[in-house]
Write a protein that binds this ligand. Sequence first.
Ligand SMILES: [Zn+2]
Length: 304
Amino acid sequence: MAEMASPEQDPRNPASWPTGQCEQLEPLVARVLAPNPSAFTYTGTQTYLVGTDKLAVIDPGPADARHIEALLAAIGGRDVVAIMCTHTHRDHSPAAAPLAQATGAPIVGCAPLVIDSDEPRMDAAFDRDYAPDRILADGEAVAGPDWTLRAVATPGHTSNHLCFALEESGALFTGDHVMGWSTSVVVPPDGDMGDYLASLALLYERADSVYYPAHGPAVEKPRQLVRGMIGHRRAREKQIGKLLAGQAQAIADLVPVMYKGVDERLWPAASMSVKAHLIDMEQRGLVSRSGDIWTAIHETEPTA
Ligand SMILES: [Zn+2]
């Protein structure tokens, strides 16, 4: 699914940065890469520090002692005004509590998530211990002396996902909503394809200058990437509609056709995406299901 991986020549490509080092990306933004690379986190979670004298820390990352030590070294005794989380997957928010303890800063940002489901998950598990001091609603902001970070509600990857817009520079911290190296994993029931597409459309209407995702290189042409992602999802939906118009099928039948040529280890994650599409299409009256078998309701191709 790493359809848009950037080669090494990108100066902001994380592959060329050492884990645990503090890298200044622009006057108000620095980044520290956590030591948690994987198929779902790419080179690892990127924690961003915003500000000069008084800081915000965005997506503190996994509760890994090496990463927390690297963050405290990068902070270097400066005041931390807010520890901000885009969402509560375990590669994003667990370091918030130990970092809050070490710096005295409040945890601010997305709402905690309560999920009652035992369905299998291919994405990182949720951080059930996340306890924010303040929840930001869409449009609410946190500010330091030289920065303002405004929450942009972007449900889809998770229902509680927020992006944070840095008003002074036009940058947007996109968490896992939009990443340059891969399309976002949308895992039902908390992940919602309809919400995800609406949140992509929302970003497309904005004029952000650069995206800083939690994984992968900075995105220098944000709207172009978002348009491509919307097109990719529409194409997947269309493909599902066509396959089901020919024959009612289970997800396990659709995936090998739809992801032919893609590394089979990614098929379980792909199954989740197909399921997310089907649930969205079901809600829109395009397909119906009986047990594991999905059927197209309309013979015509689904429309966007
Ligand atoms: Zn995530």
